[in-house]
Design a protein around this ligand. Structure first.
Ligand code: KMH
Ligand code: ZN
Length: 272
């Protein structure tokens, strides 16, 4: 099995301090939490940023402030994966701008539209194509966010058109109302749809986070934990930090003998 890539999705766009006061939103809070996640074993930080008002932002200055603070605080320096999903309703130009201007090592890429809770997450084919082309041209590694089986077939069609390089690295985001739920058989179904050369990670939303992460550990996949997807440590008990969630899955991985990837390991695994 490949070494385990642990991504910490520390902030997200749909969460707020009202739901969990420990949510990091300022660059300083994000840097402190990311440093603890990296120390615990996370190698990738999936990054959404907030503006001064605490609301989701795609502003370059906000991304730059958080990325600089995270890179300074973390040892070793993690892969900072910029979110191009942003918050639902965000204009595509603003979602593309951080890629073109900041040229991150890695970024998320959402390729399909869907109902997302009570909202619509719109990803027009022409916009997706534009974003995917920028990523190829700039050497930004895409993590293809997929929420249902049809998204995988769409990614394979994009690959045929030269919009995605092979192998594809997928994030199966399971449990969003509007996408596939996080039942174990759904993860198995998603894994069966991808090509043998491709790699996968899973992000279970809410109560699905830990069981799906454990499945990834033993099945040879990779995983994502963090407040973007889940704010609880146990049912009814808020997590104290993102690092607490990373620490738990690292303990489990070590118990079953799965080695943890460092950021440099991830660079070798994913930079093709
Ligand atoms: N906030 C969601 C609408 C991503 O980061 O690429 C989209 C999202 C996915 O979080
Ligand atoms: Zn995200």
């Amino acid at each position: 099995m490949q070494k385990l890539i642990i991504t910490a999705a520390i902030t997200g766009a749909e969460t707020s301090k009202d739901l969990n006061p420990n949510l990091p939103v300022t660059p300083a809070e994000q840097a402190k939490d990311a440093a603890a996640c990296v120390k615990a074993g996370a190698s990738v930080i999936h990054l959404h940023v907030r503006g001064g008002d605490g609301k989701p932002s795609q502003a370059l200055a906000d991304f730059k402030a958080s990325i600089d603070a995270i890179r300074k605080a973390c040892k070793p320096v993690p892969i900072v994966q910029i979110s191009t999903g942003g918050a639902v309703g965000e204009a595509m130009e603003k979602r593309i701008a951080p890629i073109v201007n900041l040229k991150p090592e890695m970024a998320s890429l959402n390729i399909n539209s869907m109902n997302f809770g009570n909202d619509i997450f719109l990803n027009h084919p022409q916009d997706v194509e534009k974003l995917a082309k920028h990523m190829i041209d700039l050497g930004v590694v895409p993590e293809v966010e997929v929420y249902d089986g049809g998204d995988i077939e769409l990614a394979q069609r994009m690959q045929k058109k030269g919009l995605l390089k092979s192998p594809i690295h997928y994030q199966f985001v399971l449990g969003v109302p509007g996408g596939l739920s996080g039942e174990p058989h759904n993860l198995i179904h998603m894994i069966r749809l991808i090509r043998p050369e491709d790699s996968w990670a899973v992000a279970g939303v809410g109560r699905y986070e830990t069981p799906l992460a454990v499945m990834a550990v033993v099945m040879g996949g990779h995983l994502r934990v963090g407040f973007e997807d889940n704010i609880y440590y146990h049912k009814g008990e808020l997590a104290k930090s993102n690092a607490q969630l990373v620490e738990r899955i690292v303990r489990i991985a070590k118990e079953v003998g799965r080695e943890i990837a460092t950021p440099d390991d991830v660079r070798k695994i994913l930079h093709n």
